[in-house]
Ligand binder design. Structure first.
Ligand SMILES: [Zn+2]
Length: 314
């Protein structure tokens, strides 16, 4: 064959390969999820576990540096591939499993005093804990105060699954660990790892910052099991920067907060009228409507609200 023919064949093959790989990478565009102005919280809709997924996708350009072409290297590459079944470099929770119904118990070995250990991502003051942020938001992680530029380290050994910029999390790293957990490090000012990197506990992942939906520099740190968050304070002492337990058992009770929050959301709430309040203001502040308030409290729009009166909100 002539040189030219070689070139043409080569080009054809390259085009074919690119289209094959591109197809693999393309995912249906995610539905736009409404996110509040509060920092790093997501709408709480536990009826659909898929909604635990934080809307991370604006573009796919930063995920192309991982070689999907060899399924062999793919499997060798990630030791927990079979365990998780899905390797996704965009979505924090691509698994979409409702673990509140988990029937078995999984033992997670956090520290065997030999091969695996823990390093605290950043030693700083906890400024926000895991739990509900009001009635409509849930904080799936823990916030640690830091200065922009502080080193953020990996908690356990593992493989970087996500290293990208997101509108909510800012620059974010997600690491899949050999122990079966995944951890999330958000609002970073700089990313120092890329998808597929092998990281040891204590390795630098990036620098702390104030990117994404964040007010003030801090590290938003999450611990997840198969996509669903567990309270990091169940396993880590954030005061001492070390593990509370060497082993952690994951079962449906690890996700009791889901039920607790659903119950809390369903409870009727009351609001005590203050001087200067109007029905409109109260409705707006509590994300309800004037007509709903009137109906719940047996009042009309013209009812004079005396300070101290308790109004039912739900
Ligand atoms: Zn946070």
């Amino acid at each position: 064959m002539t040189k030219q023919k070689h070139l043409i064949l080569g080009l054809l093959f390259a085009t074919f390969s690119i289209s094959v790989f591109a197809e693999k990478d393309i995912k249906p565009e995610k539905k736009e999820t409404v996110v509040s102005s509060e920092k790093d919280t997501v709408p709480f809709k536990f009826s659909n576990p898929a909604s635990l997924d934080v809307p991370l996708v604006e573009s796919f350009d930063d995920v192309d540096n991982f070689d999907f072409s060899s399924s062999e290297s793919y499997n060798n590459f990630d030791p927990t591939f079979d365990y998780y079944g899905i390797w996704d470099t965009i979505s924090v929770n691509p698994y979409k499993i409702d673990l509140t119904k988990k029937e078995d118990t999984t033992e997670i070995v956090l520290n065997d005093h030999y091969q695996c250990d823990y390093q605290h991502p950043f030693c700083g003051k906890v400024t926000s804990h895991f739990g509900p942020r009001g009635r409509y938001r849930y904080h799936y992680g823990i916030d640690i105060d830091l200065e922009t530029g502080d080193n953020v380290k990996c908690a356990f050994e593992g493989t970087v699954r996500i290293s990208r910029r997101s509108s909510t999390f800012g620059n974010v790293v997600v690491v899949r660990h050999k122990n079966g957990l995944e951890t999330i490090y958000a609002h970073l000012s700089r990313l120092d790892v890329k998808i597929g990197d092998h990281v040891e506990a204590g390795d630098l992942l990036g620098l702390g910052g104030n990117t994404g939906r964040s007010r003030g520099s801090h590290l938003h740190f999450e611990v997840r099991y198969k996509g669903m968050a567990i309270n990091p304070e169940n396993i880590i002492s954030f005061e001492n920067g070390n593990l509370l337990v060497d082993k952690y058992l994951v079962d449906k009770h690890s996700f009791n907060y889901v039920k607790d929050y659903t119950k809390y959301k369903g409870k009727s709430r009351y609001y005590q009228v203050r001087k200067g309040d109007t029905l409109g203001k109260i409705a707006q502040r509590n994300r309800t409507s004037v007509s709903k308030l009137c109906k719940l409290n047996g009042i009309s729009k013209k009812t004079i609200l005396r300070p101290g009166r308790k109004l039912r909100l739900a």
